[in-house]
Design a protein around this ligand. Structure first.
Ligand SMILES: [Zn+2]
Ligand SMILES: [Zn+2]
Length: 240
């Protein structure tokens, strides 16, 4: 840390990206605590999809009956939490400083989210070329690149490519949507054959149905990946 950092923080206060009160950090201590509390409150969660469960089982009924392709998931908070407004400002109003805020939040919650990390690679979910050109940055990568991980975990921003930006059409049936989604992602040629027996983290800003994560996990499993974890900032949870 720069020796003058405390003085600079004092002279140049910022706004907490979550509650928008004047603070010296991009996420204030109160908002950090709220998010840590949210993680604590779901201490009993499905080890695969991450939704809170009330039974002593390790997996929810849905993951037992119809398991997703990814093996495990971590997230900071629910999509309906206060964090969603900062995420919208980040993505849709290009408030890039929020990327550092989300990385900071993740790092400050890492002891609760993932005390031990066994992974070979971290790959962000890619954007299609036209969306990347329009937004100017990949929101998942901008957060992921500042997440503190053991030096043995390689972060690779461009291993996975994405063919189109459009979501699979609602008029298609479930099987057709799955097929279309799986066809959207591919490995860039210099990464083909390099994920066999590897443990991989796939990082995204949001997980809703899990279809994107499943499609990427399926691609990596076809390549022989041993374990795929889905790490997301916010995820949609079923209504209690
Ligand atoms: Zn705050
Ligand atoms: Zn589950």
């Amino acid at each position: 840390m720069h020796l003058l950092a405390p003085l600079i923080d004092f002279l140049l206060p910022t706004l907490c990206m979550v509650c928008e009160r004047v603070q010296s950090h991009i996420v204030c201590s109160n908002c950090l605590l709220n998010n840590r509390r949210a993680i604590l409150q779901r201490a009993s969660s499905c080890t695969v999809c991450g939704i809170p469960i009330t039974t002593p089982e390790s997996r929810c009924l849905n993951c037992v009956k119809n398991p997703p392709v990814y093996d495990a998931s971590l997230y900071i908070n629910s999509y309906t939490s206060e964090l969603q407004y900062a995420l919208h400002a980040y993505k849709y109003q290009s408030r890039l400083a929020c990327a550092a805020g989300f990385s900071y939040l993740w790092n400050q919650c890492a002891d609760m989210l993932s005390p031990q990390i066994f992974a070979d690679y971290l790959l962000p979910v890619p954007l299609g070329v036209s969306k990347l050109n329009m937004r100017g940055f990949n929101q998942s990568w901008e957060i992921a690149k500042n997440i503190q991980l053991p030096i043995t975990v390689r972060k690779i921003p461009d291993a996975i490519g994405r063919r189109g930006d459009e979501a699979p059409q609602a008029t298609l049936n479930r099987a057709m949507r799955k097929e279309k989604m799986e066809g959207m992602f591919y490995l860039n040629t210099n990464w083909c054959g390099r994920f066999k027996d590897r443990t991989i983290i796939v990082f995204d800003d949001v997980m809703t149905s899990g279809a994107t994560m499943n499609a990427i996990a399926a691609l990596l499993k076809r390549e022989g990946a041993k374990h795929v974890s889905a790490w997301v900032v916010l995820r949609t949870l079923p209504k209690p």
